[in-house]
Design a protein around this ligand. Structure first.
Ligand SMILES: [Zn+2]
Length: 209
């Protein structure tokens, strides 16, 4: 095992890296991480929530599930889930960000997901991922809806209603992915307005097996 990267992204910032096929990405946190990946040879082949759910037959991303591109190609596989048995990883929601915060405030709906202990930040995952992907010339419009690691949603099967929960890891736990091809990976350490922490740092390690 050779460590390629071992870095910590502070709360409400973005991070990105290139990975070679077969390398391992370990993300450790006790906060929400909005995570995306792209085929390094074709950024149009980005992670896509819908084909991923269709292939796994599940609303959550679980250990053993592949993250698929829009064209259905496996980009990464989750090979270890430190959150298993504690909570689930969301594949329904997009990202938080300045526009969503402003819209929610204008509609009087901020209370649906704003913890009373948290101030609304002036930026969020949309801005963080945009900054993280900018060096590769990827615009905000070309960043897909992410998989939201550690975002545990309560989903009512009968009504379809989704509600944010306070369920997070009590201490940083890892979620580990294997790159199935050469990739660009990026994430935002979400400001996590639903939790009293208002977001926390995320450790990112890439290793060559
Ligand atoms: Zn966010």
């Amino acid at each position: 095992m050779e460590t390629i990267r071992d870095e910590t992204a502070p709360r409400n910032t973005g991070w990105s890296a290139e990975m070679k096929s077969g390398q391992i990405l370990r993300l450790s946190a006790r906060t929400i991480i909005d995570f995306v990946c792209f085929d390094r040879a074709d950024f149009g082949e980005a992670f896509d929530q819908a084909p991923t759910r269709a292939a796994s037959g599940c609303l959550y991303l679980r250990e053993g599930d592949a993250m698929l591109s829009r064209g259905g190609a496996p980009l990464m596989t989750m090979i270890e889930d430190g959150f298993a048995g504690l909570g689930t990883h969301d594949t329904q929601f997009g990202m938080c960000g300045r526009a969503r915060h402003r819209r929610a405030a204008a509609e009087g709906r901020l209370g649906e997901y704003l913890n009373a202990a948290v101030q609304v930040p002036d930026h969020g995952c949309a801005e963080n991922l945009t900054a993280a992907c900018k060096p590769w010339g990827i615009a905000y419009e070309d960043i897909p809806s992410p998989v939201n690691l550690f975002q545990n949603m309560a989903i009512d099967q009968r009504t379809g209603r989704m509600a944010r929960t306070q369920i997070r890891p009590a201490r940083p736990v890892p979620v580990v992915f294997r790159a199935e091809r050469d990739l660009l990976v990026a994430f935002s350490a979400c400001p996590d307005l639903a939790s009293a922490t208002g977001g926390l740092e995320v450790r990112a390690e890439i290793v060559q097996p």
